[in-house]
Ligand binder design. Sequence first.
Ligand code: PHE
Length: 448
Amino acid sequence: MKQAREQWTSKIGFILAAAGSAVGLGAVWRLPYVAGTNGGGAFFLIFLLFTLLLGTSLLLAEFIIGRKTQKDPISAFKELAPNSSWYLIGVLGVISCCLILSFYSVVGGWIVTYLLRSIFGGLTGRSSEEYSELFASIISNPWEVGAAHLVFIIITILVVQNGIQKGIERASTIMMPLLFIIFLLLVVRAVTLDGAMEGISFFLLPDFSQVTGETILFALGQAFFSLSLGVSIMITYSSYLSKQDSLIHSAGSVVGLGILISFLAGLAIFPGVFAFGLQPDEGPSLIFTVLPAVFSEIAFGGLFLSLFLMLLLFATLTSAFSLLEIVVTTAAKNNKQLRKKTAWIAGLAVFLLGIPSNLSFGLLADWDVFGDIFFNQIDFLVSNVLLPLGALLISIFVPLKMKKAELKNELLSGSSLHSRYFSTWYFLLKYVTPIAIAAAMLNVLGVL
Ligand code: PHE
């Protein structure tokens, strides 16, 4: 029997779930440390520009494909371009999502462990060097991070198996507003620290003397990563959207929320780093080693640290839901029983796939995979190759394979906006986006 396809119960439910996918480790963990090593304010400004121009136009392109076809990504490309190989963009998306989730859930596990330690004591009252040692000892302990990694995956499976309305939408509508409130609390605490001004100006005053070709590339990658673009996730989420909803308004809200959280993340982190004389270019460990040290120095630091970790766990989980959802939708289509089974099988398979990433900081630390540890190589492959490749292919596919009138209709349906918006979007997608991505990718590969 054919079962009816689910839809989001409300437009706000969709926006919060899509924003939940977008806002995750990218905004809270990656942006502060990449900005910290790439000149602060100037990086943030370029990231904003890429997000607004290229990110938004790609997001709309994915929304159009999803809402128009109301299908999982592989079937969507098959419907739009029958008897061709374009459906491989969907296949690429599913593979990329499994790979992202495999290392994303490892970092999710670190957050679970940190959160438990912060609640049960033992995470406060140390110096920043002691926190670095603690972090290194935690992530190299296979049993602790292994168990935490499994817990993180199981939470993800439990939510995704319940489907769109009862699972992802319900969880996101609770978690996202809570995340926002906790973040506001943290920002108020951070910007009122003595000496916070130096951190605020590092983050907000651009110093263009620090900008190199690499800064621009990282900013482009960051813009796509933090909007979950190029891996067909936004195609999947918008396929559950009704025809009455305005895509432009939804995209505006998702991008706006993404930027807001990135902005709040910087404001929550940099004032503390500078106020306590720490270094902003600490690297990926920034939030795990510097923040506990910062929190130890302030009143109620233990409480604030637990709140922060909870927030980070929520943000990471809502992104993980989207990564698993795309695999489950593709395999189970609209079949509810099959959905449960696939969620468990796919989730546990991704857990196994993540084990080498998990052990990269301990048992497998000496395993050299083309010059780096496994975790970093998977991250590199996904962020610098697969994700921009998917984005590039989508920006070529849409203007090439879909009729202009059809696109205009889908983009403007449900909204009262002028068709001028369509022309601007079309120009950005057809010309600016593919050229910018191709230039960035060739540069990463050392060709340009
Ligand atoms: N957008 C997520 C984040 O910023 C990461 C992500 C990338 C999720 C690609 C899904 C797909 O953390």
